[in-house]
Design a protein around this ligand. Structure first.
Ligand SMILES: Cc1ncc(C[n+]2csc(CCOP(=O)(O)OP(=O)(O)O)c2C)c(N)n1
Length: 263
């Protein structure tokens, strides 16, 4: 396809987000005279995200400040999907935390980071993969109790488990919410190494069995879930709450693929 385009065109403009990977390769593969434009020759800036104004300018259009942005690409704040299990967890968590002062929920990286935004405003910090548990631990040790960590299932097995071990060894009052949606949703539904083994990992690390609680984040269990969260947040030791429900986007994709196979 690249060859065909190259044969048919006088010059090629590469509009590429991030690093000019393809532009560089094109120059290497097809460097026989035709002009290849993009981030490397200055047609676009080397750094920064692309936007309609930059692309318009690269295409040689008159671009004014008031360039009309098609509604398809108009900025929209990101949000959790309709029916996302994380949304039900955040509704329950907000209610369980209502009696405490704010700033106590330390979160991590994944779809669930969107809980920082309205309408949830449920989490207060996010730094990088795995930082939630250790931040909450530090806060708890500094006397900021209760302290809650929110971490996704695959982030937990990627870099949260080590922090949990420290919590257990130092016996800090902390509640860790491990959001189990069966998948690494944010980066495109890759398999999660946590699937099927979160409880046994927590138990193996030393969390008391009776303080490893599994809930189902669904509207019909809201009251029940709030109560479980309240109990564990009030507990003066290490507790883990696992809201477990499959990511809907992934579930729909899986069902479609299964139907396709049956055809
Ligand atoms: C060190 C590091 N590696 C990889 C990533 C890319 N990344 C962003 S979120 C994420 C995992 C999210 O999965 P999960 O914790 O299961 O939450 P979900 O998105 O499913 O809610 C990964 C691997 C990253 N941000 N930092």
């Amino acid at each position: 396809m690249v060859n065909k385009i190259y044969q048919e065109c006088d010059s090629i403009l590469v509009l590429e987000e991030g690093q000019p990977l393809f532009e560089e390769k094109l120059k290497g593969f097809l460097n026989n005279g035709k002009k290849i434009m993009g981030r490397l020759d200055g047609t676009l800036t080397v750094d920064g995200e692309l936007n309609p104004a930059k692309v318009g300018k690269a295409l040689g259009l008159e671009v004014s400040e008031g360039l009309e942005v098609p509604s398809l690409v108009a900025p929209r704040p990101p949000k959790l999907c309709e029916g996302c299990p994380h949304a039900d967890t955040y509704r329950a968590l907000n209610e369980a935390m209502a009696e405490y002062t704010k700033g106590r929920v330390f979160a991590d990286i994944g779809c669930y980071t969107l809980g920082a935004l309205p309408p949830y405003n449920a989490i207060n910090t996010t730094v990088d993969m795995g930082a939630s548990i250790t931040m909450a631990k530090g806060a708890s040790e500094a006397g900021f109790q209760p302290a809650v960590a929110v971490i996704g299932d695959s982030t937990f097995t990627h870099s949260g488990m080590t922090g949990l071990l420290d919590c257990v060894v130092d016996n800090v009052p902390i509640t860790i919410i491990i959001l189990d949606n069966s998948i690494t949703a944010m980066t495109g539904s890759q398999k999660s190494n946590a699937t099927g083994r979160i409880e046994s990992i927590c138990e193996g690390i030393g969390v008391a069995k009776e303080h490893i609680r599994v809930i189902t984040p669904l509207k019909k269990f809201h009251e029940e879930n709030v109560n479980v969260l309240k109990e564990e947040i009030a507990y003066q030791g290490v507790s883990v709450v696992i809201p477990r429900r499959e990511c809907l986007v992934w579930l729909n994709k899986k069902r479609k693929e299964e139907k396709q196979k049956q055809k």
